[in-house]
Design a protein around this ligand. Structure first.
Ligand code: SF4
Ligand code: SF4
Length: 428
């Protein structure tokens, strides 16, 4: 797979403003060409026609799109990509057209375009349908194919968690799990809470689930749990993505608690929003008051947040992680906190040069803000930030929200620990 700047893109923004163009908001894109030789309204059946028809080509989404910001080319914008999808659906572009292949891959899938769209275009769904077609079978990038194969094997997932020592359920660790808080009289019985371990996180960052167990001792950690299927859905196999989500819904009773914004959005789409809570959402809803504070060199730490695109743009969760960080450190809002970091699932592996171009301005912001920590709410973002900050030789450290809150609650040498509270974190 090539990076974007190796491909020749043609086509203007679509407006008639020339150098005055305001980033695509000034005029509609050229209409998708009609389908020669077929009755109007028929297509190849790749896309949900109602979803595809919603776009009114207004261009409001162009300034929100990180890939359009990189190239300034219409085909790299949400509107341009929807025009390509329409041409593919209509049969006006051959399925092996190189621009189709390039743009379906260059898109980060960040869904920032959805939040500004006045017509309610569900771009994330359209992208899944596009990749189902574009990346089917051997057309799927081999890295994505390999990862999908690995996470589909429950035995392998279990093994990596055992090796890396992620959180354990009561059947796997010594001692009983603390009981869920008893409901006060008159209140309905509380749902059980199941911590989802995540296929990336349990291998790369097992300390995150251990931190969650300290913050949420009421959460169970069922040993038998597979992948949620987000990886499949974002890489051209949405049918398996949905199947894995439903299977995980059967494996994890009650509320599914996840520390990955991308998994939360995918599961909420398939199981319903009521079944799923991302960690910051969950802590916010249960009225959790973080204990302690994070100190650096004897002062309160300065900490910024990197939003998870799917948590922010898919589920609309923005306030809880900020408030939780601000409770234990001096919160600093980076100008691009809500914009994609370039991790985007497999994107950083499939398109490393473009991924780096998306991340680099954020690294400069981190330096300018002089923060001690950049807090992530998704393991992919955490990995991307870790690598970027290391490359930039930054003194700032990337950390997951769960670890950050657990760090705050730890007594510092020479400093009295936080006073025990009824709802405070407990050691497992
Ligand atoms: S996706 Fe939405 S914002 Fe973008 S051009 Fe279409 S209707 Fe307008
Ligand atoms: S998902 Fe992100 S990168 Fe893709 S078109 Fe929308 S805003 Fe642009």
């Amino acid at each position: 797979m090539t990076d974007h700047d190796t491909v020749d893109h043609t086509g203007p923004c679509g407006c008639s403003s020339g150098s005055e163009c305001a980033g695509g908001v000034c005029g509609p894109a050229p209409a998708a060409p009609s389908l020669p030789g077929r009755p109007a309204g028929q297509g190849r059946g790749i896309f949900d026609k109602e979803l595809l028809d919603r776009c009114i080509s207004c261009g409001f989404c162009l300034p929100a799109c990180p890939t359009y910001a990189l190239t300034g080319q219409e085909p790299s914008s949400p509107r341009g990509r929807i025009t390509l999808m329409r041409a593919l659906e209509a049969g006006d572009l051959a399925p092996d057209d190189p621009t189709l292949a390039e743009e379906s891959s260059f898109c980060l899938g960040c869904r920032a375009c959805e939040t500004v769209c006045p017509a309610g275009v569900e771009y994330g769904q359209l992208l899944e349908q596009w990749r189902d077609h574009q990346w089917s079978g051997r057309n799927r990038p081999w890295i994505a194919r390999t990862l999908m194969m690995l996470v589909s094997r429950p035995g392998l997932l279990r093994l990596q968690g055992l090796v890396r020592r992620h959180a354990r359920g009561p059947g796997e660790k010594a001692g009983p799990r603390p009981a869920a808080p008893a409901p006060s009289s008159g209140e309905p019985p509380q749902q059980p809470v199941s911590l989802m371990l995540g296929c990336v996180e349990r291998g790369l960052y097992p300390r995150v689930s251990r931190a969650v167990q300290r913050l949420c001792p009421e959460a169970d950690v069922p040993a038998a749990q597979g992948c949620c299927g987000a990886l499949h859905a974002h890489n051209g196999d949405s049918a398996t993505g949905g199947k894995l989500a439903r299977r995980l819904g059967e494996q994890l009773p009650g509320t599914i608690l996840t520390t990955a914004g991308g998994c939360a959005a995918h599961l909420a789409h398939h199981l319903g929003r009521d079944r799923v809570r991302e960690l910051s959402q969950y802590l916010d809803e249960k009225g959790h008051r973080p204990a302690g504070q994070v100190m650096v060199d004897g002062r309160r730490a300065r900490a910024a947040l990197q939003d998870s695109c799917h948590l922010r743009n898919g589920l609309g969760v923005t306030r809880p992680p900020r408030e939780l960080i601000a409770a234990v450190a001096d919160y600093v809002e980076l100008p691009s906190a809500g914009k994609c970091c370039g991790a985007a699932g497999t994107y950083s592996m499939l398109r490393p040069a473009d991924s780096k171009k998306v991340l680099d301005p954020k690294l400069s912001e981190v330096e300018a803000a002089d923060v001690d920590y950049v807090v992530a709410v998704n393991p992919g973002c955490l990995r991307q930030l870790e690598q970027g900050l290391r490359r930039a030789r930054s003194r700032a450290k990337a950390i997951h929200l769960a670890e950050f809150l657990a760090l705050a609650a730890q007594p510092e040498p020479g400093r009295p620990g936080p006073a025990p509270r009824a709802d405070g974190p407990k050691e497992p």
